[in-house]
Write a protein that binds this ligand. Structure first.
Ligand SMILES: Nc1ncnc2c1ncn2[C@@H]1O[C@H](COP(=O)(O)OP(=O)(O)OP(=O)(O)O)[C@@H](O)[C@H]1O
Length: 571
């Protein structure tokens, strides 16, 4: 386990021991009973936080997953299955997983409002099914027995707290793994995630599966808490209200789930004592969710921002490590690493690329230049697998890439950067590199970051300036040591000195990492300095190619690129 995961897990455990001790030891039974409900709601909110907060998908049927968990526990109790509540809860969680995956399948194609409609429809259908049946044991008033050790209200509180902490720690550790980083990356930009070889399907389905499992556990815990259940406990309205609270509080943070649990449990309690209608709570949750969505900041994020202001983190130095710690270069045979033949791309009637042929030899840095709108980004999109169709052929180390989606091309050895930065700001710098390249050691991570003057691995991307994020983008692609890296204007936004230094680094990529480079740039000094070959595009056609010294001084190139007429060039 990484150091940061251990630290975060320790904070959760210590906070739980202190709070749990105070609640179970000092409060009256009634308040302990309510606190247990807060924790169970907190578990359900954590499950929602994973799918909605971390992965950015709208899921409006979370209580249906909880209902499956609770139903399973009731059934196992009725069947007098061995193992008792802890085992039944686990089975209840597992029973919700296939349903989670089934609901996750539409999420592979749908986003936003369309996904909301699908998940809401499922919750409605689940409501209808529940209305026609009773929960196992409901008619006989058969109580779900609690574990003997945790039978009292205080004991059950401790039991639920233990499970809450176990889930919070597991999610914390997962969120710092490559899978967790892929959830955040997918939430931020599916295309950028795919460019690192992340399967969007795996990321989304795993989020739904783990989320359903956790929600199923919350349902099982509720069965032990209440003894018997009715269908209203898992209604569509409960799912909607839970989603509003998750959005408002930021349920993907451990404290957000607890604050949400407190609001869900205590609000109705306060309203009841004030003799006010309970529905007011839902209205306030909806207003809170709207506020969070419009400001783009949940309660937890506001809390964390204020905390950072009060206790500013130590400024993280740039990563430092010797170049000898860089991962060993991949040795590749000489010859063409990337060969493109007669590549044609059309956007409706616009011909963005017209029969473009280009070769990037292994061990070299080649340039692709042209005025705005010449087709350079389209070329990168086509090679990296981000276009649904094109004509011509693209070969990597002799292997045709046609029909291969972006994430498989990335795994095959084509990595790209983007003109606009697409790194998920919630990641740490080290977490981003772990997402970009599997299996990097800590010293290798530091060495790559240090080589490109990037910050310490523990630094949050959100606190990294835009220029450095572009370098981090380059660090990500080279860390994977692919056959070819496609750099899309990496020097944009860099000062002259920074561009010079970046140029030195780009020139070193083939030797240090074994990757050939195709550099798309507007900075001609940089192109002259690092490229051995350059291809010039204009209106989607190749108008010149060859060594920069020869190509860049040609009249048509100057005319196309710099807007200088041939006569004035001749003069
Ligand atoms: N999604 C799209 N739909 C329609 N036309 C597009 C699309 N993307 C690009 N184009 C058009 O294709 C042509 C090539 O655009 P492209 O972005 O590849 O050029 P570029 O050389 O990368 O430009 P820049 O240097 O400004 O990034 C332009 O005429 C552009 O308007």
């Amino acid at each position: 386990m990484k150091r940061a995961s251990i630290r975060a897990s320790l904070i959760i455990v210590i906070a739980a021991i202190i709070l749990g001790g105070v609640i179970a030891g000092l409060l009256q039974s009634y308040w302990v009973f309510l606190a247990t409900s807060v924790l169970i709601t907190g578990v359900a909110l954590q499950s929602l936080g994973l799918v909605a907060g971390r992965t950015g998908m709208i899921a409006l049927c979370q209580m249906s997953f909880a209902g499956v968990g609770a139903w399973t526990v009731g059934y196992l109790n009725l069947a007098e299955a061995p193992g008792g509540l802890p085992v039944w809860i686990l089975i209840g969680g597992l029973a919700a997983v296939p349903l989670g995956v089934a609901i996750g399948l539409p999420a592979l194609r749908l986003r936003g409002i369309n996904l909301a409609i699908v998940t809401l429809s499922f919750a409605t259908a689940f409501d209808t099914i529940l209305a026609t049946m009773t929960y196992p044991g409901q008619t006989d008033f058969l109580q779900v027995p609690r574990p003997a050790l945790f039978d009292s209200d205080e004991g059950y509180f401790v039991f639920v707290l233990l499970l809450y902490v176990a889930i919070a720690v597991a999610l914390e550790v997962l969120s710092r793994s490559r899978l967790g980083a892929s959830w955040l990356a997918v939430r931020h930009s599916e295309r950028a995630a795919a460019a690192h070889g992340v399967s969007i399907a795996t990321a989304k389905l795993s989020a739904f599966a783990i989320s359903a499992f956790t929600a199923g556990i919350s349902g099982g815990l509720l069965a032990g808490y209440l003894g018997t259940l009715v269908s209203e406990n898992f209604s569509m309205m409960q799912s909607l209200s839970l989603y509003a609270v998750a959005v408002m509080t930021g349920a993907h943070f451990a404290e957000g789930a607890i604050i949400g649990g407190l609001l869900v449990v205590m609000f109705p309690e306060i309203l009841r004592r004030l003799d006010l209608p309970q529905d007011i709570g839902n209205v306030l949750f909806a207003i809170g969710a709207t506020q969070a969505l419009s400001t783009g900041e949940t309660m937890s994020e506001t809390f964390r921002r204020q905390l950072r202001r009060l206790m500013p983190a130590r400024v993280k130095a740039a990563a430092s490590a010797p170049a000898s710690d860089l991962p060993a270069a991949v040795v590749r045979p000489a010859g063409p690493a990337l060969s493109i033949e007669k590549l044609t791309v059309r956007y409706g009637s616009v011909v963005a690329l017209d029969s473009v042929s280009l070769t990037v030899a292994a061990g070299t840095v080649a340039g692709l230049i042209g005025p705005n709108g010449a087709g350079k980004s389209t070329f990168i999109d086509a090679v990296a697998g981000f276009l649904s169709s094109y004509e011509g052929s693209i070969r990597l180390d002799g292997k045709r890439l046609e029909g291969m989606p972006a994430h498989l091309r990335a795994r095959e050895g084509v990595r790209r950067t983007w003109q606009t930065n697409r790194i998920a700001p919630e990641l740490t710098v080290g977490g981003y590199l772990a997402l970009a390249a599997k299996g990097l050691s800590e010293s290798e991570t530091r060495a790559i970051l240090s080589w490109l003057d990037c910050p310490d691995p523990e630094t949050l991307v959100v606190s990294v300036d835009a220029g450095t994020r572009r370098l981090l983008d380059v660090a990500g692609v080279v860390a994977a040591r692919p056959a070819v890296v496609l750099l899309d204007e990496p020097a944009a936004g860099q000062s002259h000195e920074e561009t010079l230094r970046l140029g030195q680094r780009i020139a070193e990529i083939p030797k240090l990492f074994g990757s050939a480079v195709l550099l798309v740039e507007h900075d001609m000094d940089l192109v002259r300095a690092v490229c051995s070959e350059v291809t010039v595009l204009d209106f989607g056609r190749v108008i010149a190619s060859g060594p920069p010294a020869k190509v860049l001084d040609q009249g048509p190139v100057k005319k196309a690129y710099l807007g200088i007429e041939e006569e004035s060039v001749a003069a």
